[in-house]
Every structure is written in structure tokens, then in C-alpha cells.
Design a binder for this molecule. Structure first.
Ligand SMILES: NC(=O)c1ccc[n+]([C@@H]2O[C@H](COP(=O)([O-])OP(=O)(O)OC[C@H]3O[C@@H](n4cnc5c(N)ncnc54)[C@H](OP(=O)(O)O)[C@@H]3O)[C@@H](O)[C@H]2O)c1
Length: 340
């Protein structure tokens, strides 16, 4: 790929450095766009958002980011400044979510990114850059999960849907979307303080993490859920699968609790339960466009503005620490050019 550096811009970015082995520090630093990696499109980032993967990257998780210093941020909404690509032009308003952005490519917690043209999506009409980042990878993943449930044919009349990790970014969007579509939703959450927020999104019942992970010793549990959107994995996902009704579907996108899945084959071979994996990072372009169009169109407004708060770049380090301590609920949008 050609490096397009007609003009070098100076900009601010959150940079994570490994100060000594295993000790990672993060601070806002000044950088130059000619230091960004090669790519066809240089984008001025207006808004980004905080996802769990960003917190892992900022904490030095080598499964997410191999080399430091590094700028996290798997989401970016902004304006093209320079382009070597025929159909993407300076001034175009675009989104970049997923692929390698913020993992091993400097990400959206910098005021500029340079990326391959294949990662760039026009921002759907009907969404401002800030609204697009309110959704971000978390909302997009929730929409993929809900869409998977709908494609399996389940309907509100089939019964209650369980959402796990409900106060998190993916979880809260899943609650809001499902409730808007008419489903009755039970929210599994470890945060009593987040219950009023989840009720506002439409959740009608709650499970504690202990309740949601009960029944370790049993192969099958009482049939409760027509569908499940799981964001945490581990024992909670296993319990959810064992409690899914005959013919029901469980979507699985996350490992916030664990990457393990301690479950037998019986829910699958005796109840015909479907386990559907969800990946947003490498999601094919056509599906990506379809989901963004849903979020900008038919499903637009299924979530209240209170689902997110917007912070300036200077505050993102503190928000990352809160996320790692499990103290955040809802979404955090980052205003790259906003003042503290
Ligand atoms: N497959 C994909 O493409 C994709 C895309 C986006 C995200 N993800 C994954 O999905 C998960 C959620 O992402 P997110 O951005 O929503 O993260 P998040 O905002 O940090 O939410 C995660 C939620 O999980 C719950 N949780 C955290 N630690 C837990 C534990 N030890 N046991 C049980 N529950 C726990 C918490 O909710 P409560 O306090 O309400 O229980 C927390 O708010 C992450 O694993 C992330 O990597 C995957």
C-alpha cells in the first residue's frame, strides 16, 4: 500500500506504552500523521467509542495488541482528509469499525487514523458521527445478535429472551433493541445500580450473576428462554444454554466472564437448541451495510440518548480504568476534539 502523506498533521492520541515489562501506562501524546502506518485513506476522527477490547488493549493484553506503544480504539467516525482510492474522496463522512483498527493498527483514540480503503464504510444517512459511535462496535454486535435471533424465526409470543452482561455496551443495546421489537427481556447483571437504567431500556425482570450461573451440576435445567443474547461466556452461557426452550437459539459474542464453555451436548441433541457465534470484526461488507442500515433506519431510535455519555479524549484513560474495574454501564462515546 502506498503511504499518502501530502501534508503531515500534528494531532493528539491516547498512547499506551509498556514502561517496564508487564507495566503499561497510558497518556495523551502529540503525534504526526506521517508516523501513521501505510493505508489508502487518512481520516480525521471526530468521534470514537469505548469497547471492552479497547480496555484489554490498554491493559497490555497481547491477545488483542502484540506491540506497544499503541493507540487503542476499534471504532472511528470521521471525515476523509486524503485518499488514494477512486471512490472514497476527501470530505466523505465515514465509519471504520473492527477489522484491525485499534488492535495492531493505531485506532480511534487518536485524532487521525490511516487505514486500508476496504475497512471504510460511508456513514449511513440518518446517523450523525456521534450517534454512529453511540452504536459503535458494541451496538453493531448487539444488532448482529438480535438479527440472528430474528432470522432463526423466534417471535415475542415464543417467550422471554435473556440478555447476559446486560449493563455492558453490547448487553444494553441488545436489551433496548429486543424490547423495542416487542420481546419480554430478562437482564442478567452483576450491577444492582444499573437496574433502573436497564428498566428504562425495557427489561422487565432481572437475574443476579449467581442466579444466572446456577445449575453447574445438571446437564439440563428448566426450559425458560425462547432466546438468549450472551456477552459473557463461561458458566453463565452454559446455564443459559441448559435453560433454553426446545428449538430456541442462543447467540454468543463475548468472553467477559470466561472463554470456557462447560456444557454437554444434551441441550443441542435433546432440545434442538442452536448456538450461534457472532463476530463483528471480520463481518462481511454486505452484512455490515445491512446492519448499519437497520440501525440508521428501521431500528433507529430504539435506544434512548441516555444509553451513552460523551467524554473528551482527555477523560478516556479514566473510563478505561473504570471499565477494567467493572464499574461502567452503558456506552461511552469519545469526542476527539472536545475540550474538557
Ligand atoms: N464477537 C464480537 O464481534 C464482539 C464485539 C463486541 C464485543 N465483544 C465481546 O463482548 C463482550 C462484551 O463487550 P462490551 O463492549 O459490551 O463490554 P462491557 O461494556 O465491558 O460489558 C461487559 C459486561 O459483562 C459483564 N461482566 C463483566 N465481567 C463479568 C464477569 N466476570 N462475570 C460475569 N459478567 C461479567 C458486565 O455486565 P453486568 O455487570 O451487567 O453483568 C459488563 O458490563 C466482551 O467479551 C467483548 O470482547 C465481542
Amino acid at each position: 500500500m502506498k503511504r499518502n502523506n501530502l501534508l503531515s498533521h500534528s494531532f493528539h492520541a491516547l498512547v499506551v506504552r509498556e514502561e517496564e515489562q508487564g507495566v503499561f501506562v497510558k497518556q495523551i501524546e502529540r503525534q504526526q500523521t506521517d508516523m501513521l502506518p501505510p493505508g489508502e485513506v487518512l481520516i480525521k476522527v471526530l468521534f470514537s467509542s469505548l469497547n471492552y477490547k479497547d480496555a484489554l488493549s490498554a491493559a497490555g493484553n497481547r491477545g488483542v495488541t502484540r506491540r506497544y506503544p499503541h493507540t487503542p480504539g476499534i471504532d472511528a467516525a470521521g471525515v476523509i482528509v486524503e485518499s488514494d482510492h477512486g471512490t472514497l474522496r476527501p470530505g466523505d463522512e465515514v465509519l471504520v469499525c473492527g477489522y484491525d483498527l485499534g488492535m495492531n493498527t493505531p485506532g480511534g483514540f487518536g485524532q487521525y487514523i490511516r487505514v486500508p480503503a476496504a475497512w471504510v464504510l460511508p456513514r449511513p444517512a440518518g446517523l450523525t458521527a456521534e450517534q454512529a459511535m453511540q452504536i459503535g462496535t458494541a451496538g453493531f454486535t448487539a444488532a448482529l445478535s438480535v438479527s440472528a435471533l430474528l432470522q432463526s424465526g423466534i417471535q415475542p409470543a415464543d417467550g422471554t429472551v435473556l440478555v447476559t452482561g446486560a449493563s455492558g455496551g453490547v448487553g444494553c443495546f441488545a436489551v433496548a433493541l429486543l424490547c423495542r421489537l416487542g420481546f419480554t427481556v430478562t437482564a442478567a447483571t452483576g450491577k444492582i445500580v444499573a437496574m433502573p437504567f436497564l428498566r428504562e431500556l425495557g427489561a422487565s425482570d432481572f437475574l443476579s450473576r449467581e442466579q444466572a450461573s446456577a445449575g453447574k451440576e445438571r446437564m439440563l435445567l428448566r426450559e425458560r428462554w425462547a432466546g438468549v443474547v450472551d456477552t459473557v461466556g463461561g458458566q453463565i452461557l452454559a446455564t443459559a444454554i441448559k435453560s433454553t426452550k426446545y428449538g430456541g437459539i442462543v447467540s454468543c459474542c463475548g468472553n467477559a466472564a470466561s472463554g470456557e464453555l462447560p456444557v454437554s451436548v444434551y441441550p443441542f441433541i435433546l432440545r434442538g437448541v442452536t448456538l450461534k457465534g457472532i463476530d463483528s470484526a471480520q463481518c462481511p461488507l454486505a452484512r455490515r451495510k445491512e446492519i448499519w442500515e437497520l440501525m440508521a433506519g428501521k431500528w433507529h431510535g430504539a435506544w434512548p440518548a441516555a444509553i451513552s455519555r460523551t467524554v473528551p479524549l482527555a477523560d478516556i484513560g479514566g473510563c478505561i480504568d473504570q471499565m477494567l474495574q467493572g464499574k461502567i454501564w452503558g456506552r461511552v462515546v469519545v469526542d476527539l476534539w472536545g475540550q474538557k
